[in-house]
Design a protein around this ligand. Structure first.
Ligand code: PLP
Length: 376
């Protein structure tokens, strides 16, 4: 089996497995004051340092959560609560549902920040909107802009946008779940106020994530209880998961150059698919993650492709992987103005830390063969 669905979940790295096993052996609560408790606390704080180093942050500004979804939910609901609703959320049209839906339910006005045909936030739109901002009526502007898109891999102009927000007296939240380990994610260079991460996209376990919060940025907890994580996220920490996250984040940064070296292989694969099958590749006019490819050919439906590829021993996904396993039309491609017939046949191929150079040719072979069978 060739696994080419890293943007859905990356296989767990050996370093993460080892760290998780070690944490399970400790078997104590990091809040306990006895020896085993202190050993657990040490592992927790080691992982906090590993994750913070990966994004150029201070360890004390990391809040561990149950994943990327919860990190996004905490940022958006937490800032709205602290500002007592006196704000408007500007949400890029290509955000993950974990951002769009939490923003939609946050109880304050939400506006869509448009993207160009290449799937990049339209900075001219943002500048215009902020120039017209009426603080008395709209409150504080809060932008939600992802680091890189999960479907197309298109990297967003986060630092430029965050500068505009800061100059307008606003705040920026960045969902960097797909960015970590694939492109540089540094909170100081980005200049954002909140940044969400997820372990399972970098080779850690599922169900663990983190929110980085700039010191002094407004944030109220949304979950109450024992006061863990500086009272910003109560609940006994998922120690083994967090230990796995720390080890995976460290390994992902160590291996980033290797991942970036996949770009020419991905580009060669795409060039072949264009030449031999006339596919349209999305987002090629923009800077993209090195290991993501999203392409389509009209009339060859995405679900048919995913099944045909699975039979050929290649795991890929259609658009964004969604929990029900059902294929939904991609909002991301829609926001880029891709016509429905093309968007309905878009599939995403994504590689990662354990991909082999020959995987790219093998994926292209399998896809071309599947298309020839489907459309003789
Ligand atoms: N944000 C982005 C961009 C994602 O790709 C994902 C995962 O699909 C999430 C958030 C959600 O993360 P998690 O699965 O850890 O809740």
């Amino acid at each position: 089996m060739i696994y080419a669905d890293y943007n859905a979940t990356a296989p767990v790295r050996p370093e993460a497995k080892a760290a998780m096993m070690a944490a399970l052996e400790v078997g104590a609560n990091p809040s306990s004051v006895h020896g085993p408790g202190r050993a657990a606390r040490k592992l927790l704080e080691t992982a906090r340092t590993q994750v913070s180093v990966a994004i150029g942050a201070r360890a004390q500004d990391i809040v561990f959560t149950s994943g990327g979804t919860e990190a996004n939910a905490l940022a958006l609901n937490g800032v709205v609560a602290q500002l007592e609703g006196k704000c408007t959320l500007l949400v890029s049209a290509i955000e993950h549902e974990a951002v769009i839906k939490n923003a939609g339910y946050a109880g304050v006005p939400m506006e869509t920040a448009y993207v160009t045909a290449d799937g990049v936030l339209d900075l001219n739109w943002l500048r215009d909107r902020l120039e017209r901002w009426d603080q008395a009526q709209d409150g504080t502007p809060i932008l939600a802009l992802m680091m890189a898109n999960n479907e197309t891999g298109v990297i967003q102009p986060v630092s430029e946008a965050a500068t505009m927000l800061r100059e307008a007296g606003g705040l920026t939240h960045c969902d960097a779940v797909q960015g970590l380990g694939k492109t540089m994610v540094n909170v100081n260079l980005l200049g954002v106020d909140y940044l969400a991460l997820s372990a399972h996209k970098v080779g850690g376990p599922q169900g663990v994530g983190a929110l980085w919060v700039r010191s002094g940025a407004p944030l109220k907890p949304v979950l109450f209880g024992g006061g863990q994580e500086r009272s910003l996220r109560s609940g006994t920490e998922n120690l083994s998961g967090i230990a796995g996250f720390g080890a995976a984040a460290e390994a992902a940064i160590r291996d980033m150059a290797k991942l970036q070296a996949l770009a020419p292989l991905r580009d060669k694969m795409e060039a072949r698919l264009v030449a031999e099958a006339g596919v349209t590749v999305f987002g090629t006019g923009a800077e993209r993650l090195p290991q993501t490819s999203n392409f389509a050919v009209p009339g060859f439906r995405a679900e048919t492709q995913v099944m045909a590829m699975d039979l050929a021993g290649v795991a890929v996904s259609s658009g964004s992987a969604c929990s029900s396993g059902k294929v939904k039309r991609s909002l991301v491609l829609g926001a880029m103005g891709v016509p429905d017939d093309l968007s309905d046949s878009a599939i995403r191929v994504s590689f990662g830390w354990d991909s082999k150079p020959e995987d790219f040719d093998n994926v292209a072979d399998a896809w071309i063969e599947a298309m020839r069978r489907a459309k003789p």
